[in-house]
Design a protein around this ligand. Structure first.
Ligand code: GH3
Ligand code: MG
Ligand code: MG
Length: 335
């Protein structure tokens, strides 16, 4: 039966997502065995590619990583044990299932297979029902673990974001500020913080209703997010109608420039606020603080400095940016 099934090159599918049919790479130096395995796996509904030795397996793996490798242990050029160990070092290699096929059911071979990183093994001559069940079980477990990893990722995202505005929440802000504080202390580079507070927001709610207030906060959060560009910058909802922007590796001048951009972006939304005492539209007051962190100090001092600057912005007329500095020479930037 096997001699008549001589197909050597099989086109690779575009991706090896488990949501489509799983993709299996069959590796065996014996062509008739390879073809038998491929036909069997195709009947099971899998997409299959073939390699005739360990080297070819590694090359094909890098072109299109499979979900599972059916790997013969004994092959010329590069045996299955060596190939399996090398697979583990390739990108995505340690997430790929390796089912080793060994002709020797001695303990040493089984041990070698697991030491090389194999997920499980079957023996030759192949017991087809065992192979079928083992492949099904491994793929089922792989799918479950992928779903679990994805669910965990989504949970982490949910736990870190503010449900109203979708920017980072206070918890994430605290963690991130602390982490960046320590990182900037090690690197001896400046860390900047902007605190933004919506002006006369209580009267906005009183005038237009709480739902309009919520929508307003969503728009403000979006405008702030669009005003920062570096991957390390973090926009967070600090409290009710207060937002914070953490700017690692940013000098005070840069932070003031970004704060100015934020202020302009919110103004450009032109959200009508008939009861604001400073403008016809919704505005922000912003306090900026910047420092090169010291290990023995706490990030709370940066928050206090930004808060103090924000207080100054409110006290001196709102709708402005104030840079707070640790010495007495607080400078004001407004337009
Ligand atoms: P100031 O210019 O001094 O900042 O005045 P303000 O009115 O903005 O400040 P105040 O702290 O007096 O009021 C803040 C308001 O923000 C009161 C509260 O109802 C509103 N607020 C806080 N969180 C939310 C929210 O999630 N949704 C809505 N719609 N309003 C909120
Ligand atoms: Mg406030
Ligand atoms: Mg306010």
């Amino acid at each position: 039966m096997s001699a008549t099934l001589g197909i050597s090159t099989v086109p690779f599918p575009k991706n090896s997502c488990l949501e489509d049919s799983p993709f299996i790479l069959v590796v065996d130096d014996d062509k008739s065995m390879r073809v038998l395995l491929r036909k069997f796996m195709e009947k099971e509904g899998y997409q299959v590619a073939e390699a005739k030795n360990g080297e070819e397996c590694l090359t094909l793996f890098q072109q299109q990583p499979p979900n599972l490798v059916l790997l013969d242990a004994m092959m010329p050029v590069m045996d299955g044990f060596t190939c399996c160990a090398k697979l583990q070092t390739l990108p995505g290699g340690n997430q790929t299932l390796v089912l080793m096929i060994t002709g020797l059911e001695d303990q040493a071979s089984v041990d070698r297979a697991f030491e090389a990183g194999a997920t499980d093994y079957v023996t030759k001559p192949i017991h087809w029902a065992v192979l079928r069940q083992r492949v099904r079980r491994l793929l089922r477990e792989l799918k479950l673990s992928q779903q679990l990893a994805q669910a965990n990722q989504e949970l982490e995202k949910l736990a870190a974001s503010d449900s109203l505005t979708q920017v980072a929440n206070r918890r994430r802000f605290d963690e991130y500020l602390d982490r960046e504080w320590r990182r900037m202390a090690r690197e001896k580079t400046p860390l900047s913080l902007i605190l933004c507070d919506v002006d006369f927001f209580k009267s906005y709610n009183d005038t237009y209703g709480h739902q309009a207030g919520d929508e307003c906060l969503r728009q403000v959060a979006r405008a702030i997010s669009h005003s920062v560009s570096r991957p390390a910058d973090l926009v967070a909802r600090y409290g009710g109608e207060e937002f914070a922007v953490i700017l690692p590796n940013t000098e005070p001048e840069g932070a003031v420039r970004i704060a100015g951009k934020v202020r302009a972006a919110v103004k450009a939304l032109e959200i009508v606020h008939g009861n604001s005492q400073v403008s016809t539209c919704l505005t922000l007051s912003l306090g900026v603080a910047s420092t090169v962190p010291l290990c023995h100090e706490s990030s709370a001092m940066l928050v206090s400095a930004a808060d103090e600057a924000l207080y100054q912005a409110k006290a001196t007329g709102r709708d402005r940016v104030i840079l707070g500095v640790r010495s007495a020479d607080t400078s004001i930037s407004q337009s």
